[in-house]
Design a protein around this ligand. Structure first.
Ligand code: URA
Length: 238
């Protein structure tokens, strides 16, 4: 259930941007960030200035997942603070949102040397940090920016060119979410056609945030009288 709403200037509807995440989750997220700040699970620990855990609203309904920190992110300890981040902020403003309304994280929490691509063993070492973040933030929409985040969170090898703009329901952090693959803003910075597509995909976010995703129904303890239990399909178990 939403506790704050934003007025969307383009479509003129009110939609939720934050949800009532339990207060313990916010504390846990902070404690987790503290724990991850000393992570040495992979080689990237040696070259980083600091871990870039993620930033934004811990109650956000909308979470973005990028690839990895770059030079500026590594220095400042915050995700998407360079040119790609400026574009992300501009795109958010076009749908009536600010950075403070959303949560932003990356697949990798440490900068790969020379901004090279993440390597499979680095992604594997780091992925549980991202899954724990998703579990604690409880977003309803997870927008993946580019190939690495999309492939990791969809669990499928399809590239971003094929799947951008196509939302899919999936389970992340034990809850159903809408996964929404987008082109990476860094790629769109220098390719006008890609930027146009990114803008039009982005414009669908308010509608996706307004959709409710069926929660996962937990099996109830055995208090139900025999004969009074509804069929399994009605419980959404299968
Ligand atoms: N900055 C980030 O934090 N992540 C990216 O993927 C690109 C730039």
């Amino acid at each position: 259930m939403a506790c704050t709403d934003s007025l969307h200037p383009q479509v003129g509807v009110i939609f939720a941007t934050v949800s009532a995440v339990p207060v313990e989750h916010v504390d846990e997220l902070q404690a987790y960030a503290q724990a991850v700040s000393g992570c040495t699970r992979c080689r990237l620990a040696q070259g980083r200035t600091q871990v870039v855990f993620g930033a934004g609203n811990p109650h956000a309904d909308l979470m973005f997942v990028g690839e990895a920190p770059g030079f500026h992110e590594d220095k400042q300890g915050l995700p998407f603070v360079g040119q790609a981040g400026k574009l992300l902020e501009k795109l958010l403003a076009q749908i009536g949102l600010a950075r403070s309304d959303v949560y932003i994280a990356n697949v990798l929490k440490c900068r790969p040397p020379g901004n090279r691509d993440p390597q499979p063993d680095e992604i594997e070492a780091c992925e549980s940090h991202l899954f724990r973040q998703i579990e604690l933030i409880e977003p309803t929409v997870v927008a993946t920016l580019g190939n690495f985040a999309t492939k990791l969170l969809s669990g499928r090898p399809l590239g971003i060119t094929k799947v951008h703009g196509q939302e899919q329901e999936t389970t992340l952090g034990g809850r159903k979410v809408l996964l929404f693959p987008l082109y990476h803003p860094a790629a769109a910075l220098y390719t006008p056609t890609m930027l146009k597509i990114l803008e039009s995909d982005f414009a669908r976010l308010p509608e996706l945030l307004g959709r409710s995703v069926e929660p996962i129904v937990e099996a109830q303890p055995e208090l139900t009288l025999v004969g009074s239990r509804p069929p399994a399909e009605q419980l959404g178990l299968f």
